[in-house]
Design a binder for this molecule. Structure first.
Ligand code: UDP
Length: 320
């Protein structure tokens, strides 16, 4: 297939580009390098089936042409990272909503399949883990900017599903749980690259809140393998899928694991949420995916577990 990946120079996008090229597909990426980087795709530039354009999805004539050239769009371009979202709420909402709007509009002209990367953040404060795709989205008030991210992604999902229902545009929604691995940057707040860099530098490892909150981390290679399979599975169209590894760990345990695996002497410190983010910041206590739907459709099983993920991330930062 000829695949367009918006956000293709980002963390997930660059891994997806790599996989699709390995599978023999032709890959076109569009990225404005807002959070992605040329370094992420430097090793792909010489590949004859890899084409990159550094521009924004806001450039509609260009986007229209790129969509037209391809068979499928993986729409990954978005504002991500809780720190970025809290600090730049206008950018977050505008990027996430507008980008999806224009991608769907142009894909609809010739009914090109669109796979939308959404997020487990949409489940918000729902406490009933594990989350199935039909679970309620429980968001906080609009005065707390964190929820703008979940809300903007939920609008993207509604819009994509509306295009399917009303216009028969084939769409697939993938809700990515905390996706981690080499090339993810800690710059926008993500916990694993942050902890690993702190541990390697001998700086304090900063656990926010009391550290009893949990997350389930999924290796980026497992995530992009699932995305690639969903894009060629006709039964996925018009549906929502969790992509995640159900293995759950508290953030304090994660800090201890990183410290042990790096052999670091860094102290583990706790920082109140209001200091780390903003006053009144709300975190979700647990986040675990139910991946039954994905397993039943494409046989999804995570292949890389947490310790191995951490080892790969540690090695990545050591090499840099
Ligand atoms: N976190 C932390 N220290 C950090 C960065 C993040 O304790 O330096 C916590 C954060 O508060 C959250 C969890 O780690 O509870 C995962 O954060 P991340 O930003 O990676 O993803 P989220 O699941 O919040 O989108």
């Amino acid at each position: 297939m000829r695949a367009l990946i918006t956000g293709g120079a980002g963390f997930v996008g660059s891994h997806l580009s790599e996989l699709l090229l390995e599978q023999g597909h032709e890959v076109f990426i569009l990225d404005n390098l807002s959070t992605g980087s040329i370094a992420n795709i430097a090793h792909l530039k010489a590949h004859p089936a890899f084409h990159y354009t550094i521009d924004s999805v806001d450039n509609e004539p260009l986007l229209a042409e790129l969509v037209d050239q391809g068979d499928v769009v993986f729409h990954l371009a978005a504002a991500v990272g809780v720190k970025l979202i809290v600090e730049q709420p206008v950018h977050t909402i505008e990027t996430n909503v507008r980008g999806t709007e224009v991608v769907l509009k142009h894909a609809n002209k010739k009914k090109k399949l669109v796979l939308i990367a959404s997020t487990s953040e949409v489940y918000g404060k729902n406490g009933a883990v594990p989350f199935t795709e039909e679970a309620d989205l429980v968001l906080g008030p609009t005065t707390k900017h964190r929820w703008a991210y979940a809300c903007s992604k939920a609008i993207d999902e509604f819009l994509a599903l509306a295009y399917w229902k009303e216009k028969k545009l084939p769409v697939v929604i993938a809700r990515l749980f905390n996706t981690v691995g080499p090339r993810q940057t800690g710059q926008y707040g993500m916990v694993i690259p942050t902890f690993v860099q702190q541990a390697l530098a001998g700086r304090p490892i900063t656990v926010y809140g009391d550290g009893t909150q949990t997350r389930s981390f999924t290796y980026v290679g497992d995530v992009v393998a699932a995305l690639a399979k969903l894009a060629v599975e006709p039964r996925a169209v018009g549906r929502v899928f969790n992509i995640g590894n159900p293995h759950e760990i508290t953030i304090r345990e994660l800090a201890e694991r990183v410290k042990a695996l790096t052999g670091s002497s860094s102290p583990i410190v706790t920082i109140p949420y209001e200091q780390a983010y903003e006053a009144g910041f709300e975190d979700m206590p647990r986040r675990v995916p139910d991946t039954t739907r994905l397993r039943e459709l494409i046989g999804f099983e995570p292949t890389v577990q947490l310790d191995e993920i951490l080892e790969r991330v540690i090695e990545y930062f050591q090499k840099r």
